[in-house]
Design a protein around this ligand. Structure first.
Ligand code: SF4
Length: 87
């Protein structure tokens, strides 16, 4: 998939995914490994870097954890989010 072809409309006022402040590190590593867009990154100090702007809305991270790790997960509001463009 050529991610650069996709079009995003970002809702800057309401992130559709929010990670907890101190999530379980083992679960975080699963998210780092599984997110196809590479949006989860563990820093050297163990903290999490996450940016929902490139989200593919695939739902993988939602399936891998619960609300203790991601305090919010829903699809972006109407008019926001990704538009896939192939080719
Ligand atoms: S929904 Fe998919 S692309 Fe978006 S953050 Fe979760 S795993 Fe990554």
């Amino acid at each position: 998939m050529k991610l650069s072809k996709n079009h995003y409309v970002i809702d800057e006022n309401q992130p559709h995914i929010v990670a907890a402040d101190h999530p379980d590190r083992q679960t975080l590593q699963q998210l780092v490994n599984a997110c196809p867009a590479g949006l989860y990154q563990l820093n050297q100090d163990g903290s999490l870097s996450f940016n929902y702007h490139g989200c593919l809305e695939c739902g993988t991270c939602r399936l891998l954890c619960n609300e203790k790790t991601l305090t919010r997960w829903h699809y972006p509001a109407a008019g926001y989010g990704i538009t896939f463009r192939f080719g």
